[in-house]
Design a protein around this ligand. Structure first.
Ligand code: NAP
Length: 198
């Protein structure tokens, strides 16, 4: 699959490297394009089937606005972003980032996932957290199926993937960020995951 990863920080480079090693063609979108596989945002999106928004949550809409509705079209957009305040809680707003993106770009098929864990766990779910859970939210069932396949490529077992429903359910996982950072402070460690056991 042709994948545009917007943002070349911890999440973008970690997901990009793993997806490349699984045979996907990854182009990075960056504010500082250098050519080869690191283009500007619009250039990376142009030849991709799926877009990953690995940029700060507060900047996702701005980056997508610059790319534009025409270029995004009906591509699948995987949003792992979180909105972090200076106090390292999350600054969730209204219906959440993914919900606002979906409303702003109604043709684009937005799926929220991977936002409830540290970037290292995203590609290594079972090493330290055997009962790993990843939540998926999105209105387009086919797009969620594609993202679920990618999660499998990242190492997620099907039993650990919980489809919460439509994109509005993403706000619930975005709001779990405050809990995530409270646990980081309590444990002094980021190698854990929120898991649903029943
Ligand atoms: N780190 C984690 O463990 C983790 C876990 C769950 C969710 N998330 C979320 O995933 C997203 C990426 O996190 P990260 O840890 O990879 O962050 P990061 O290491 O700070 O990297 C973010 C990247 O986004 C781009 N960027 C930064 N400021 C930007 C701006 N104002 N406008 C457009 N692009 C900008 C930069 O790439 P370029 O310089 O190439 O443009 C930067 O390297 C965030 O929303 C974060 O909350 C992170």
């Amino acid at each position: 699959m042709n994948i545009a990863v917007l943002g070349t920080g911890r999440v973008g480079s970690t997901l990009g490297a793993r997806l490349t090693s699984r045979g996907h063609r990854v182009l990075y979108g960056s504010r500082t394009p250098t050519g080869a596989d690191r283009l500007d945002h619009r250039g990376a999106v142009a030849s991709s089937d799926l877009v990953v928004t690995a940029v700060p949550g507060g900047d996702v809409l701005g980056v997508l606005d610059e790319i534009g509705d025409e270029a995004l079209g009906d591509k699948i957009l995987l949003d792992p972003s979180a909105t972090i305040t200076p106090r390292a809680a999350t600054g969730h707003t209204g219906g959440g980032v993914a919900g606002r993106v979906q409303r702003r770009f109604p043709r684009t098929r937005v799926v929220k996932a991977l936002n409830t864990m540290n970037f290292a766990i995203m590609v290594d779910p079972l090493a330290s957290v055997p009962a790993a859970t990843v939540f998926v939210s999105g209105d387009d069932v086919a797009a969620k199926g594609v993202v679920t396949g990618l999660l499998g490529d990242l190492g997620w077992p099907a039993t650990g993937i919980i489809d919460l429903g439509g994109i509005d359910t993403a706000a619930a996982t975005e709001q779990a960020g405050a809990l995530y950072f409270a646990i980081v402070r309590a444990l002094g460690d980021t190698r854990f995951n929120l898991a649903v056991s029943r």
